[in-house]
Design a protein around this ligand. Structure first.
Ligand code: AMP
Ligand code: GLY
Length: 428
């Protein structure tokens, strides 16, 4: 089989890496890929943009691609699945209608309320005056969300009503482009976030191991929000009892509600949960794709061949698959970023020590890297590398990831030294 993977992050490198472990897959092509997918055996990059559906379909049809796996939300929300399906290609990822679950927070909220999925109390507004009046009646802290896709930046957790009102003005004045034509204002929840990535064929839905990521740039979970600075799995706060409730109260109810709306959703449904100290939980958001960097840890632990699961979703026979098999133990990934990220940063810094990190036992997933004209791997984005460790327990997995990352250098490199602090010191 030849598989096309759409995207260029650490998530897509992990997807390609996992797929290539199968004897059934002889080639993976990444669009556009990164320095890791350019240099991995069996993998090559195709320099198209992720919204060049026509270019991808032409390539796929001419090169016997039997499956397309879509990483990011933007092409899904633009209808890549619908387009490629009309060309006769098999695609893993929901249609444009299904992708609304991530692309419109108001749509997702209405679906959750209709389905009886536990979620934060919220109201939706299409103009600022009513939104601000509502904020004054609710008080702070309160959460303001631009409705549409905003690359993870459209959520403001406001500590004061003034901050919330400023956020309303920013959103309606176009700070997030068309993502801000309406806002969702939501009750502020407290607790720990857990990412449950589940695979579905539209009828059956199965969760992968629960993961936790670290969103803030600074140690101790301080500073600005980022795309994710590290992750680990399986997170112990998602107990078997909690996962059973997530299955029935979140995943199954959501798939049923999607079907009731006439949406045949095949792909990943990612539920972002807030778990309170008393073990109660609510859904913060849904994503229509694999999480990044959660995928890097979850796929490192998966033993079931990924292509079997993906094809079971696409061909709608997930119910017939045996239970998922997992490696024993834990996985952790530490993200190395460019100096300045999540603000401005420079690109093109030469990266050294990648092989040494692998020799030290870590798995090296590339994110914002590329192969330059002289065949060197250089930085090409904010999040640069995801160094992943496996171990019998969290101590070992985290130590393995840090042993790996210490081998690596590039000018301006930064990473958090405290990934996994909650599992290592549950009191922290
Ligand atoms: P979202 O894109 O909706 O997941 O929001 C991004 C981040 O904002 C989440 O991962 C949380 O850290 C935070 N967040 C979103 N909704 C809430 C909420 N209701 N209460 C507290 N924090 C939230
Ligand atoms: N790690 C968060 C996300 O993928 O949205």
């Amino acid at each position: 089989m030849k598989v096309l993977v759409v995207g260029n992050g650490g998530r897509e490198h992990a997807l390609a890496w996992k797929l290539l472990q199968s004897p059934k897959i002889d080639q993976v092509v990444c669009v556009p890929g990164n320095g890791g997918t350019a240099t991995m055996k069996g993998c090559q990059n195709l320099p198209l943009t992720v919204d060049d559906f026509e270019g991808m379909s032409k390539f796929a049809l001419e090169n016997d691609i039997s499956l397309v796996v879509v990483g990011p939300e933007v092409p899904l929300a633009k209808g890549i699945t619908d387009y490629l399906q009309t060309k006769g290609l098999k695609v893993f990822g929901p249609t444009q209608a299904g992708a609304q679950i991530e692309a419109s927070k108001a749509w997702a909220k209405a679906l959750m309320e209709e389905a009886g999925v536990p979620t934060a109390k919220a109201a939706v507004f299409t103009e600022p005056t009513a939104a601000k009046n509502y904020i004054r009646t609710q008080g702070a802290p309160i959460v303001v969300k631009a409705d549409g896709l905003a690359a993870g930046k459209g959520v403001i957790v406001a500590q004061t009503t003034e901050q919330a009102e400023t956020a309303i003005d920013d959103i309606f004045q176009g700070q997030f482009g068309s993502a801000g034509s309406s806002v969702v204002i939501e009750e502020c929840l407290f607790g720990q976030e857990v990412s449950v990535l589940a695979l579905t064929d539209g009828l059956t839905i199965r969760p992968l191991l629960p993961a936790q990521d670290h969103k803030r740039i600074g140690e101790g979970d301080t500073g600005e929000n980022t795309g994710g600075m590290g992750a680990y799995a399986p997170t112990p706060i998602a107990t078997p009892e909690l996962m059973q409730r997530v299955q029935t109260e979140v995943l199954e109810r959501t798939i049923t509600a999607l079907r009731n709306r006439g949406i045949d959703y095949r792909g990943v449904l990612y539920a972002g949960l807030m778990v309170a100290d008393n073990g109660d939980f609510k859904v913060l958001e849904f994503n229509c794709r694999f999480g990044d960097p959660e995928t890097q840890v979850v796929l490192s632990l998966l033993e079931t061949p990924l292509e079997d699961l993906i094809l079971a979703c696409v061909d709608q026979h997930l119910a017939a698959m045996p239970p998922l098999a997992w490696k024993k133990g834990s996985a952790a990934t530490v993200v190395a970023v460019s100096g300045g990220y999540p603000g401005d940063y420079e690109k093109g810094k030469v990266i050294t020590g990648l092989e040494d990190a692998q020799l030290a036992g870590a798995i090296v997933f590339h994110a914002g890297t590329k192969l330059n004209d002289t065949e060197e791997i250089v930085t090409d984005g904010g999040r640069v590398l995801n160094i992943t460790g496996l171990g019998e327990n969290f101590q070992e997995a985290i130590a393995q990831a840090y042993t790996g990352i210490k081998q690596i250098q590039f000018s301006g490199m930064y990473y958090r030294r405290d990934i996994g602090h909650r599992v290592l010191n549950p009191q922290s």
